[in-house]
Design a protein around this ligand. Structure first.
Ligand SMILES: NC(=O)c1ccc[n+]([C@@H]2O[C@H](COP(=O)([O-])OP(=O)(O)OC[C@H]3O[C@@H](n4cnc5c(N)ncnc54)[C@H](OP(=O)(O)O)[C@@H]3O)[C@@H](O)[C@H]2O)c1
Length: 268
């Protein structure tokens, strides 16, 4: 199989200074794309990702923006387009958790997670789609006018007690992704999600960083290993490439079988 190439394409990855976003940014750059490494709080970690990409022979810039703020998102896209002329790939990855029992969940905890995980993806997808429509297909780069990848979660389908805000935001991401995909397909814009299972990143350290926690977690994962950010990055490269040209409106579960209801292996 020929190696996937994204040569000449320009990608923006939100929340790319950590975890999954960082691995996606590095993998897209390895496939030949120039990458905007978006961050909100740690410029230093974003600059390190840029350095890593450049050391590997790629091109990247770090751009600050809080994805939940319309003006900041628009400014980030303007900066990218001023620098590189356009955008070909958006990975709307930035996400947060603010966990609480349902009856104790504050409006602030609910709203914060919605603002970043759902409104943040809406704002970034809209800006990317506007630019894809303006520019149209450039057959030298890709047979599609643009690719959007939303970072969802297995919790777009698995209810999650203690995380009502998070699971609801990801359920929303799924319907948003499908509706945008339906609306934009005629413009040759592809829109898909990746729905990771348990991936070892800073967002969920306590779920995997002790042997006891890991063994509890593995009960939920038929494939019997915790995922790595690179598992998601490889899926993102494929969804961003013309190899997946006929794929739109799909949520790709990369979860070691977490959505296979492992509790039903015995009995049921
Ligand atoms: N890890 C998992 O098991 C798992 C499973 C399913 C889905 N996911 C999803 O994967 C995505 C990445 O999560 P992760 O596990 O890689 O977590 P992570 O390591 O905590 O990374 C989260 C990233 O989001 C960024 N971010 C947070 N708020 C932001 C905002 N308002 N504007 C811009 N960036 C913001 C953070 O930037 P700063 O560091 O600059 O604050 C950070 O780069 C999330 O959407 C998450 O829901 C993760």
């Amino acid at each position: 199989m020929p190696h996937i190439t994204l040569q000449g394409q320009r990608a923006l990855v939100t929340g790319a200074n950590s975890g999954i976003g960082k691995a996606v940014a590095i993998a897209l750059a390895e496939a030949g794309a120039k990458v905007v490494v978006n961050y909100v709080s740690s410029e230093q970690r974003a600059n390190k990702v840029v350095e890593t990409i450049k050391k590997n022979g790629g091109d990247a810039i770090a751009i600050h923006a809080d994805v939940s703020k319309e003006e900041q998102v628009q400014q980030m896209f303007k900066q990218m387009i001023d620098a590189w002329g356009s955008i070909d790939i958006l990975v709307a990855n930035a996400g947060v958790q603010r966990d609480a029992d349902f009856i104790d969940m504050t409006l602030q905890q609910w709203q914060f997670v919605m603002d970043v995980n759902l409104t943040g993806q809406f704002l970034c997808c809209r800006e990317a789609a506007r630019e894809f429509v303006r520019r149209g297909v450039d057959p030298k780069l890709s047979c599609s006018a643009g690719k959007i990848i939303c970072m969802s979660s297995v919790h777009e389908v698995i209810p999650w007690a203690g995380h009502v805000n998070y699971a609801t935001s990801k359920g929303g991401v799924n319907m948003m992704m499908q509706s945008i995909a339906q609306e934009m397909a005629g413009k040759k814009i592809r829109v898909n999600s990746i729905s990771p299972g348990a991936i070892s990143t800073p967002i969920n350290t306590s779920a995997w960083n002790t042997p006891e926690a890991e063994s509890e977690l593995l009960k939920l994962i038929p494939y019997q290993r915790v995922g790595k950010p690179q598992d998601i990055a490889r899926a993102a490269v494929w969804l961003a490439s013309d190899d997946s040209d006929y794929v739109t409106g799909t949520s790709m579960f990369v979860d070691g079988g977490m959505t296979l209801y492992p509790g039903f292996r015995e009995g049921g």
